[in-house]
Design a protein around this ligand. Structure first.
Ligand code: 5RP
Length: 259
């Protein structure tokens, strides 16, 4: 792996623990103002000290995040449809030059395996990796799951492996109770999990803990952090699971004690 790419990756995946807590706040790129993220300027700064990187669009980055921040930036570079349209109809919306200008440590896009535009999104990933390799930029591929797709190990394993085959350096997918270790086993690059819809805090902590146990290198989590009644407690608790391997009970205490 080229030095620049390796160095950028080390800003997200801690060289000390080999793990990462990415804070995903890109939801507005197709959902508009999302609960917990309606005012990113106010909602986000307090969470940044506990994140290894921030997964965000250029618009929210420029308008809502202080340029003096130390948090490494992973830039969402795909988009197109809104929540009202065909979600798989995505293209690359942000250039590699822009990612460099914004001092990003990585770029990310969604791939819609099994959906109407799967072929276009997969070849877009290949093209993004070509451009990224030229400048030493890590690519995070996100296995977006369409409305009709089952989130089981077979599907998630298929989608994750395809992303790795296209050259993604990290894959973000969903956790599944059964055989998640097989999803990890079939994907030769590090896997992080998305949190998905808001669930009770203890369940979200359990999911993160299970994912780490099964081989994920961390999380790229959003709603289960910023929609919690205690977002700081929640990100601290997730951080302790990911980097310190604390038990779910200990993590839940961290969440509660922050209140
Ligand atoms: C949306 C995304 C989000 O970044 C991803 O879903 C993570 O957020 P959450 O934990 O809320 O699911 O990629 O397409």
């Amino acid at each position: 792996m080229d030095w620049g790419l390796k160095n950028r990756l080390s800003k997200t995946i801690s060289p000390k623990t080999g793990k990462t807590v990415m804070l995903a706040v890109d939801h507005g790129y197709f959902q508009g103002p999302t609960t917990g993220l309606k005012n990113p300027k106010e909602d986000l700064p307090k969470l940044l000290p506990y994140a290894d990187s921030l997964f965000i669009t250029r618009g929210i980055l420029r308008n809502c995040i202080d340029a003096n921040t130390n948090v490494p930036i992973f830039l969402r570079v795909s988009g197109g449809p809104s929540i009202l349209g065909e979600l798989s109809n995505e293209d690359i919306t942000t250039s590699m030059k822009e990612a460099l200008r914004l001092n990003s440590v990585g770029v990310g896009m969604s791939v819609f395996v099994g959906a109407k535009n799967e072929d276009r999104t997969i070849s877009n990933l290949g093209r993004l990796v070509n451009e990224a390799e030229d400048v030493g930029m890590p690519v995070l591929a996100i296995t977006a799951v369409g409305k009709d797709m089952v989130r089981d190990a077979r599907y998630l394993g298929l989608a994750s492996r395809i992303c790795a085959e296209m050259g993604a350096h990290i894959v973000k997918t969903y956790y599944c109770e059964k055989d998640f270790d097989k999803v990890v086993e079939g994907c030769p690059v590090p896997i992080v999990i998305a949190g998905g819809k808001k669930i009770p805090e203890k369940d979200a902590l359990q999911m993160a803990s299970n994912a780490i146990r099964d081989g994920a290198v961390g999380v790229d989590m959003g709603r289960n952090i910023f929609q919690s009644d205690n977002p700081i407690g929640m990100i601290k608790a997730i951080n302790a699971i990911v980097h310190k391997n604390v038990s779910v009970k200990e993590a839940f205490d961290i969440y509660k004690n922050e209140k």
